[in-house]
Design a protein around this ligand. Structure first.
Ligand code: TYM
Length: 346
């Protein structure tokens, strides 16, 4: 059976972009047709200025929202990255395969580092090495597919490069994964700045629909979305990014096609109204389930405990194999004869 891995970073409240670009596919498709793991990648949240208590809170909330979005622990493995040591163990080994030039070319690094410097802050080294940790997340599980939004495609490409390079140098160890990106809404844009991605850690709150926004807040945000000059409803992501973003959101919510929908509307107002209602309806069951799960934190905790246990058992053999392949001496098992261990490992 195909193996799937993906994750979400607890750096802010989860957004409509996270849901349409990734989580919905995980719940509706991936968990049903593959051996799938979904992870709250909390180590990644430490790459930028952070408040420890907030990261803890957001990690719990993200895990709860993954379940609320429909991930079923009977069908897939849901866990928190820092509960499984294999991610950090493998990340270091992959750092010894990656180059600094490769890291500096990553678009997200360039953008985030520039933003941080503009604010007068310093850039954490982990922001530079972050894509290697992401590669470790994926490669540790031998994932064939990585369902992500468009913004993560470059990181998955890097993961492929590292896997191929490692395999060539040290012998076949890793499955070479590929990104799978949804056909519609792979990059949901900020409603106030349609040239920028709707990102959970961004500052422009009114342009971001959060999964836990009340219906009236969602309506207000969508109705106030920046549209383009011109009156007609046209689907053209380059030339008409504002209205095209609304068409994509509506299409994703209603399983439609943005180009077809553009022919249905004669005014921006009508498009906004229908989009707002479609988003409210899409989020309604997720919010209701989230409320139920919040009343039962012990259940969520138990799901995460079992998830980490399963994930650890899955990752361990691959990470051990990578350690051996790259030349690290295996530790002797308790009670084993050292010579036997050395000769068994070659
Ligand atoms: P993160 O936490 O930024 O986002 C989680 C998932 O949501 C997608 N996404 C979007 N899709 C469409 N439109 C948007 N506006 C939008 N914003 C976010 C992302 O593409 C992603 O699929 N580095 C990753 C987390 C990660 C990971 C991994 C993912 C760490 N290790 C291993 C896959 C496999 C990240 O920051 O995602």
């Amino acid at each position: 059976m195909k193996r799937v891995f993906s994750g979400v970073k607890p750096t802010g409240h989860l957004t409509l972009g996270n849901y349409l670009g990734a989580m919905r596919q995980w719940a509706e498709v991936d968990q049903h047709r593959s051996d799938a793991l979904f992870c709250v990648v909390d180590l990644h949240a430490l790459t930028v200025d952070h408040d420890p208590a907030r990261v803890r809170r957001l990690s719990r909330q993200a895990a709860t929202l993954l379940l609320a979005a429909g991930l079923d622990p009977e069908l897939c493995t849901v866990f928190v990255q820092s509960h499984v040591d294999e991610h950090a163990r493998l990340s270091y080994v992959l750092e010894c395969v990656a180059t600094d030039g490769e890291m500096r070319r990553m678009i997200q690094y360039k953008e985030k580092a520039a933003r941080e410097r503009e604010r007068g802050g310093s850039v954490r080294l982990s922001l530079l090495t972050y894509p290697v940790l992401m590669a470790a997340d994926i490669l540790a599980y031998g994932a064939d597919e990585v369902p992500v939004g468009d913004d993560q495609a470059q990181h998955v490409e890097l993961t492929r490069d590292l896997a191929v390079r490692f395999n060539q140098r040290y012998g076949h160890t890793f499955v070479v994964p590929r990104a799978t990106v949804p056909a519609v809404a792979a990059r949901v844009m900020n409603l106030q700045e349609p040239a920028s991605k709707m990102g959970k850690s961004d500052d422009v709150g009114p342009g971001i629909v959060y999964l836990l926004d009340e219906p009236d807040v969602v309506r207000k945000k969508v109705m106030r979305a920046v549209t383009d000059s011109g009156q007609d409803v046209v689907y053209d992501r380059e030339g008409r990014p504002g209205v095209s973003n609304l068409l994509e959101i509506l299409a994703a919510c209603t399983n439609g096609n943005p180009a077809d929908l553009s022919g249905v509307y004669e005014s921006y107002g009508a498009l906004k109204k229908d989009t707002a209602e479609a988003v409210v309806e899409l989020l309604r069951p997720v919010q209701a389930r989230h409320k139920e799960l919040c009343a039962d934190p012990a259940y969520v905790e138990e799901v995460l405990r079992r998830g980490a246990e399963k994930a650890r058992a899955m990752a361990r053999p691959t990470v051990d194999a990578a350690y051996r392949a790259i030349g690290l001496l295996p530790a002797a098992e308790t009670g084993a004869v050292t010579g036997a261990v050395v000769s068994a490992a070659g």
